[in-house]
Design a binder for this molecule. Structure first.
Ligand code: ARG
Length: 396
């Protein structure tokens, strides 16, 4: 009997080509589509899998799990890789891998397969997550065959595989946390992406500013405007901020495999929620907590990006992050206008912001006389070093 390969299947170009390649290598293919909020027509994806000859197709709705187990931890970690990328694709991979492993044990699979190329991060994320949970061999037809996109399109044409118009232009990956647009004419790093590349964000935004009020409880968004529940909040903000032109990121990204790539993203909800959450943290944490949290956040994003979600360090960091979210409770008001997002106001029952101390007006509780001595001691070593330098006695 032929070996069964369990393939993560989106119905896009790479994974459709992968089905045929696996079959040509003599394998039976079981396809798994995981709904992480990418939208689209799952019945059509299932029909495509069947048309391609998949022995069985699984469609698994994992949206809630994705939000609670991956997106909320990312919000708590203010997770932005290289200060820009909200990690939508990166966060979904370990969850998709977990679902593949479940199906693999159900069908008694002999191999695990994905449609990633050898140039990207996703292969690393899938491989690490699959290896952490199974000893089955991993087959990656696009990577193994060293195929480029043109060759894939050619192969698809030859095998009568339908390819969406947008897939001919760009490589797209999306889920409820964001949409990544790669390849095609935007590989020219100086060329502005055409407005037509965007589906979630209206690049020019609306004439008038709109406001979004976001309430957090222990670091978790519990309400946005009148909408409650994390999943609904994300959908609400994707729509609202997207209309206001908010959420486009265009940057040069360092991939795990060493390549620099030009990346374009649409992530309106992620942009709003991370901006609001980070601002609220600064109101309730001491300056020491805030500085240390920045280091923790950066490490967290790096692990998630580079496919090391399973590393014990991520759990260690999560434990710290969870502890310091205890008082991240409050409300943040965002002003969204023509592509910009700005915190317009924030309040918290755990606020350390003390108007009495900070005010430049009358009635301040702050004793200015204490500050003179503080300033002298605080700068003591620095001023001494400068003086020595002037005398030519120190190399600093
Ligand atoms: N650069 C992003 C990442 O590594 C997006 C990848 C998008 N994936 C794709 N198959 N188009 O997470």
């Amino acid at each position: 009997m032929a070996d069964t390969a369990v393939l993560a299947f989106s119905g896009g170009l790479d994974t459709s080509v992968a089905v045929r390649y696996l079959q040509e290598a003599g394998m039976d293919v079981v396809t798994v589509t995981v709904d992480v909020g990418q939208g689209g027509d799952f019945a059509a994806v299932a029909a495509k899998a069947r048309r391609l000859g998949a022995r069985r197709h699984y469609n698994i709705d994992a949206r809630r799990e994705f939000v609670s187990g991956y997106v909320i931890p990312a919000i708590k970690a203010n997770a932005l890789y290289q200060k820009k990328y909200s990690l939508a694709t990166a966060l979904a991979r370990p969850l998709i891998a977990e679902k593949m492993l479940k199906v693999a044990s159900r069908v008694g699979a002999g191999a695990l397969a994905h449609g990633c190329s050898g140039k990207g991060n996703d292969q690393v994320r899938f491989d690490v997550a699959l290896r952490a949970g199974s000893d089955l061999p991993i087959v990656a037809p696009i990577r193994d065959g060293n195929l480029d996109r043109e060759e894939e399109l050619e192969f698809a044409k030859k095998h009568g595989i339908h390819v969406e118009k947008v897939a001919k232009k760009y490589s797209i990956d999306e889920n409820l946390w964001g949409r990544a647009i790669e390849g095609g004419d935007i590989e020219d790093a100086y060329k502005e992406p055409p407005d037509s590349a965007f589906e979630w964000v209206r690049p020019s935004g609306q004439e008038r500013p709109v406001y979004a009020e976001i309430e957090f409880r222990r670091g978790v968004p519990v309400r946005a405007d009148s909408v409650r529940g994390a999943l609904a909040i994300i959908e609400h903000l994707n729509a609202k901020a997207g209309r206001a032109g908010v959420g486009i990121t265009d940057h040069i990204e360092d991939r795990t495999v060493g390549i620099k790539s030009r990346e374009v993203y649409e992530a309106p909800a992620a942009t709003c929620l991370i901006e609001a959450h980070a601002d609220l943290e600064k109101m309730v944490h001491t300056s020491h907590q805030t500085r240390f949290k920045g280091v923790v956040d950066e490490q967290w994003a790096h692990l998630a990006y580079t496919g090391l979600w399973q590393d014990p360090l991520r759990r260690d960091l999560d434990a710290y992050i969870e502890r310091c979210q205890q008082n991240v409770t409050g409300t943040v008001r965002l002003r969204l206008h023509r592509g910009s997002v700005r915190v317009a106001g924030r309040r918290s029952p755990s606020s350390l912001y003390d108007v009495g101390a900070a005010t430049y007006g009358a009635g301040s509780t702050f004793e200015q006389g204490l500050a003179a001595g503080f300033a002298e001691l605080w700068g003591m070593q620095s001023t001494e070093a400068v003086k020595l330098q002037k005398k030519g006695r120190a190399g600093t």
